[in-house]
Design a protein around this ligand. Sequence first.
Ligand SMILES: Cc1cc2nc3c(=O)[nH]c(=O)nc-3n(C[C@H](O)[C@H](O)[C@H](O)COP(=O)(O)OP(=O)(O)OC[C@H]3O[C@@H](n4cnc5c(N)ncnc54)[C@H](O)[C@@H]3O)c2cc1C
Ligand code: FES
Length: 271
Amino acid sequence: MANIYQPISAEILEVIEETPNIRTFVLKPEQEVPFLAGQFVELTIPGHGEAPFTPSSSHFERETLEMTIMKVGRATSALFKLGPGDFVGIRGPYGQRYPLEKFEGRDIYIVGGGVGLAPLRALFLALTHEIHKYKRIYLRYGARTPADIVYKRLIPKWEKMDKVDVELSVDAADEKWMKKVGVVTCLMDEIPCDEKTSIAVVCGPPIMMKFVTRRLLEAGFDGRNVYLSMEMNMSCGLGQCGHCKLGPYFTCKDGPVLTWDQIKDIPDPFV
Ligand SMILES: Cc1cc2nc3c(=O)[nH]c(=O)nc-3n(C[C@H](O)[C@H](O)[C@H](O)COP(=O)(O)OP(=O)(O)OC[C@H]3O[C@@H](n4cnc5c(N)ncnc54)[C@H](O)[C@@H]3O)c2cc1C
Ligand code: FES
């Protein structure tokens, strides 16, 4: 019987420095990883264990896979020592995809914080690849400082895209920053899409998710249309170890993206 924990090998082709502690790793897996936006994989760093990450590249790109990763601890520190020509392992994809068929014909309001823009980039690229299917894409993104903004090299291109509306904020500006200053909810005073029918998608630190969700609900969004990346502590990724339990859900199998409607009765879902 095949070992479900056995990763496939992937070569690191390129490492792109996004911020002082966030890098994008461009990987070439030995065989296709058929992920769809919203799903995640377990990345093995040989000799240092594995950790879950959501690909940040488009699911329409099958040859390579990108992951945008923040250095926080043991596995990610080991990964940051690797470069082009080194190999990592991948198993997955796991979890549920975004139900893009439900997004068609609607405004999509995406809110990201910090490295949370990484999983959202996979969704953003999937949406813009078939932009004719959607009404308009709103991207709201907040980082701590201008230096902490991921994808600085790509955002100017996104800002010029047809049917795409991008706004950025930073908690603390420098002398060159000409955009909004404040936590990401400062971009949500006015929400320019129809709250009754629009889809909202949120990913970021738990505290940001909590306040963004509160603002979306106040604005009139339907909890069934608010999609939240619940990146709980995961281990097996297969619904077997129970590490990722959130109320009645295994976030590795039922998530990681769950709607507000699904989690609204769970005490402190954003802890
Ligand atoms: C579905 C999913 C998708 C993810 N996608 C991304 C991504 O695209 N980019 C990215 O940078 N990170 C992502 N993460 C978080 C990533 O898995 C953790 O940062 C990583 O496991 C840390 O490993 P480590 O060994 O370096 O840190 P550790 O040494 O294990 O821990 C260092 C610190 O990070 C915290 N931590 C560890 N694991 C997690 C976790 N799973 N969630 C939250 N905090 C954790 C610990 O509490 C500790 O404070 C994702 C997590 C999940 C569950
Ligand atoms: S990570 Fe093991 S059950 Fe979800």
